[in-house]
Design a protein around this ligand. Sequence first.
Ligand code: ATP
Length: 287
Amino acid sequence: MINNKVSIKAPAKINLSLDALRKREDGFHEVAMVMTTVDLADRIELTLLEKDEIRIESSGGFVPLDERNLAYQAALLLKKTYGIKQGVFIHISKHIPVAAGLAGGSSDAAAALKGLNQLWNLGLSLDELAELGAKIGSDVSFCVYGGTALATGRGEKIHHISSPPPCWVLLAKPPIGVSTGEVYRNLNLSGIKHPDVEGMVKAIEDKDYDQICSLLGNVLETVTLKMYPEVKHIKEQMMKLGADAVLMSGSGPTVFGLFQHESRLQRVYNGLRGFCNEVYAVRLLGE
Ligand code: ATP
């Protein structure tokens, strides 16, 4: 029997280091980011349809259910590139907060590319899928591979690195959505402190947890923390309550804390839940 259905996990990512080097002629920033996956994931179920159409449905989360959805764009891109006349129904079980700096949409797109590669027997390699993914969004390439990587260019050039040492991650998202484009537009590169991205890569390769904690850095905090003081407040609270280290992920507003000890994670989780509705205790996937 021919398989007409597949279900794929789409994990969220966090940035352990995010630097913007300069603005390019195409309007994007040249970046250097260390990204790693965590075990908070959407689930994408793809079912082939006889009719030549792309239908999309999502449980939970406020996401567009038309061509603006990045998973829809992934299906359309494969159909156009490879002349596929078959349709697909995409069901997204949404668990990753939307517009949160966790690459939820990009990860859904990457999962759709991988699933449809199987269902339509395209035989594409991960590298080929990542290259296609870059046409949808800068973070899609990383999401095709997952694991841990240094991303350069506008974020689409992926250099795999080893996984960080295992630890807990607490994610806390204030009730606001942040537009990545707006944050980059407001970024002023003069006189800002750049994070040590190379040092972070080395700390990860060395599995040096303390050094990873001390080198966490994200230039986009200079914009988002000013625009949304609640993000700064969550950062301060998480640190005060006892996280080993704290940083905003991507363009925010999600803040993450790292923990080596589960007992401390629990204490900070309880403390944050008092004033923040969306708090998730997860683990680094890394691989
Ligand atoms: P990144 O960290 O890559 O900047 P993000 O976590 O900040 O991403 P997303 O959750 O990917 O942001 O959502 C950004 C925008 O993309 C939202 O405004 C949303 O409407 C749109 N979007 C399109 N498709 C999806 C999807 N499948 N899931 C979530 N958002 C989607």
